[in-house]
Design a protein around this ligand. Sequence first.
Ligand SMILES: [Zn+2]
Ligand SMILES: [Zn+2]
Length: 211
Amino acid sequence: MPKSCPTCSRTSNDAKFFGSFCEYCARDKLSARLANEVEVTWCKRCMRIKGKEGFVAPTGRNFETVMGSRFRGYSIHLVKLNRNSVVLDIAEETADGQLSVEKEVGIKYSKTLCDMCYKKSSDYYEAVVQLRGNPSKVERLAASLERYFERRNQFVSKIEREDNGLNVYLSDKRMASEFMSNKRLKPTMSYTLAGIKSGRKIYKNTYALHL
Ligand SMILES: [Zn+2]
Ligand SMILES: [Zn+2]
């Protein structure tokens, strides 16, 4: 005996069924169950959006990943990215096969300053590289440091010009050490106590190099 949909009276001769409902009504029910709007946090300075592992560029692919984390248990494909909404293809596995629906979901943007932009705005630094010696070697190494940091999402906070060289202030001391060992440089290290955070002493590193 064919099934009959309790909502629209279509029978299983006319439509595919998911449980006791026809595919049309099952899709409407799925759509109604899903949120109409989701919140996305973005940085007002660099425009990046907040993903599971920090801030990422506002690309379609990254929006798709963020939406995936808002609709857990469904598989999500981004159909279209609009200014204040996304059109998503949202699919659910059921006992009767995959049920999918296309839905426009509004985006409520919540504004913040990401960690990196916050640090930039406050001239944050963890390490100073003192470059002395041959002026053109000093300039080249400073430029190379800047490129190295920016490619890896860190930054140079400021550069001070001294009579005999440059002081380059860097946002990340681990990356500074990594740079030194990659370039096989052997700086003279010193440490300055910068404060105490959760009971641990925090040091700023100084790397002195004579070129
Ligand atoms: Zn129906
Ligand atoms: Zn930012």
